[in-house]
Design a protein around this ligand. Sequence first.
Ligand SMILES: CC(C)(COP(=O)(O)OP(=O)(O)OC[C@H]1O[C@@H](n2cnc3c(N)ncnc32)[C@H](O)[C@@H]1OP(=O)(O)O)[C@@H](O)C(=O)NCCC(=O)NCCS
Length: 153
Amino acid sequence: MLAREPAPLIVRPARAEDLERITWLEDAAFEDSWPRDLLDYELTHTRTFLLVASRGDDLPLPGYVLFHHVAGEAELLRLAVDPPERRQGIGRLLVEHGLERLRQTNVRVCFLEVRMNNEPAIQLYKGLGFQRVGRRRGYYRDGTDALILSLSL
Ligand SMILES: CC(C)(COP(=O)(O)OP(=O)(O)OC[C@H]1O[C@@H](n2cnc3c(N)ncnc32)[C@H](O)[C@@H]1OP(=O)(O)O)[C@@H](O)C(=O)NCCC(=O)NCCS
């Protein structure tokens, strides 16, 4: 019998049944992870969209991204990829899909905050054209500064 090809990776809007896995990914990625209730709220918020990477409904989702937008401006609020699945282009693909969706909704600019020592994320965002526009000192609970990045769409 021929070995089955791995299913291609797609990016699609998150569904209610993805919430458990998204909460798991959130906990695996962040010390200050968002609770399930908040992620659930974001899933149905009209100004928010949550996208997931998927290889099929019977396989665990490798990552997700969450954007909020209002009055032509957006913010990338969360992005996480399952640790063993990192460095395969999944994070970049998720953000690219989100940015394209923002362009289609006439959003002009996207901002985000990132820990100033989060080199993987900073490199990913810079590779997509984000530029540093500010810094918030002691922004995170452990005292780490946040860099503010932005991208004109
Ligand atoms: C940041 C994160 C989402 C990246 O996801 P990923 O799927 O591994 O990223 P990609 O494979 O798409 O990488 C895209 C680019 O980002 C940069 N990058 C990613 N991981 C990196 C690392 N460990 N070191 C340096 N650069 C890295 C590289 O430029 C990479 O391009 P390349 O592989 O062609 O060199 C992932 O590391 C993660 O979930 N981290 C924990 C949560 C987090 O920090 N989220 C961001 C909060 S602002």
